[in-house]
Design a protein around this ligand. Structure first.
Ligand code: ADP
Ligand code: MG
Length: 243
C-alpha cells in the first residue's frame, strides 16, 4: 500500500440512532481525510457527535450511510468477524474512564489485545507487553492491579494497552478528562511522544489548550465538520457511485 494513501477517508458518513421511533442524527455527511502520522484534535460542544465519530473510526459501531476507507480498504461492507479483526490489529483505544479490567493485573490488561492475535508466537507476547509498559514508564507496576494505581497511572497503562499491538491508529476520547492537571499533562506528553515516533492519533477533547497542541484541529458542531485547520492539505476524494 502506498504511504501516500490517506490512512482514513470518510465520504459522506452519516449516523442516526433510533430510539422508540425517534431518529437522532448524530452525524451528517462527514467528509474527512486523515494522513498517516497526523495528530488530530476533534473538538466541539457536548452532544455534537465527537464520541460517535470516534466509535465509527474505531469500527465499534456502524454508520447509516456513506463510505469509510481505512488504509485504502473499504470497510463499509465487511462482516463482523473481519471488522473485529481489523479493529484488533489496526486500532488502539484510550477512553476517558480508562476501562481497565479490575481483576486482571497491569500486564494482563496490556496483553489483552494480543490474546486475539493468531499471527503472534507465544514468545513474542511477553516482550511486546514489556516494551509497551516501558514506553509509558509503568513496567515497575506490571504485577499490580488497577485499583492499586492512581488515575494517571491507570491511564498510562491504558495507553500501553492501546499501543501494544503497534496499531496504525490511536483513538483517544477525552483521555485526560478524568485526570488532575499534573497527570493530564503527563498523559498529553505521552501521546505527543507516540506521535513523534510516528503514531497517527485522533483525540477528542473539549479543552481548547489541548486541542491547540495537536498539529491539526477539526471542529464539529451539530454532527457536522464546521472547521478544519488543515482542510486544504487534505482534499477528500470524490465519492464514487457506491451508495
Ligand atoms: P459528544 O461526544 O460530542 O458529546 P455523542 O457522539 O456522544 O456527542 O452524541 C451525539 C448525539 O448522538 C447526541 O445527541 C446523543 O444523545 C446521541 N447519541 C449518542 N449515542 C447514542 C445512542 N447509543 N443512542 C441514542 N442516541 C445516541
Ligand atoms: Mg463524548
Amino acid at each position: 500500500m502506498s504511504t501516500n494513501t490517506p490512512l482514513i477517508v470518510l465520504q459522506g458518513l452519516q449516523k442516526s440512532f433510533f430510539t422508540e421511533e425517534v431518529e437522532t442524527r448524530a452525524l451528517h455527511d462527514i467528509h474527512l481525510s486523515i494522513g498517516r502520522g497526523e495528530y488530530v484534535a476533534l473538538s466541539g460542544p457536548s452532544g455534537c457527535g465527537k464520541s460517535t465519530l470516534l466509535s465509527l473510526l474505531g469500527l465499534l459501531d456502524t454508520w447509516t450511510a456513506g463510505r469509510y476507507l481505512l488504509g485504502g480498504h473499504d470497510v463499509s461492507e465487511i462482516n463482523r468477524a473481519e471488522r473485529a479483526r481489523i479493529r484488533n490489529r489496526e486500532i488502539g483505544f484510550v477512553f476517558q474512564s480508562f476501562n481497565l479490567i479490575s481483576d486482571l493485573t497491569v500486564e494482563e490488561n496490556v496483553g489483552l489485545p494480543l490474546s486475539y492475535r493468531s499471527d503472534l508466537k507465544r514468545g513474542d507476547i511477553g516482550p511486546m507487553i514489556e516494551r509497551a509498559l516501558q514506553k509509558v514508564d509503568m513496567l515497575h507496576r506490571a504485577k499490580h492491579y488497577p485499583s492499586q494505581l492512581s488515575g494517571g497511572q491507570q491511564q498510562r497503562v491504558a495507553v500501553a494497552r492501546a499501543v501494544v499491538g503497534n496499531p496504525s491508529l490511536i483513538l483517544a476520547d477525552e483521555p485526560t478528562g478524568n485526570l488532575d492537571s499534573k497527570n493530564a499533562e503527563a498523559v498529553t506528553q505521552l501521546l505527543e511522544s507516540l506521535h513523534r515516533e510516528g503514531a497517527t492519533i485522533c483525540m477528542v477533547t473539549h479543552n481548547p489548550e489541548s486541542a491547540q497542541r495537536a498539529a491539526r484541529q477539526v471542529e464539529l458542531f451539530d454532527g457536522k465538520v464546521v472547521s478544519d485547520s488543515m482542510a486544504g492539505a487534505h482534499p477528500v476524494p470524490k465519492l464514487a457511485a457506491v451508495i
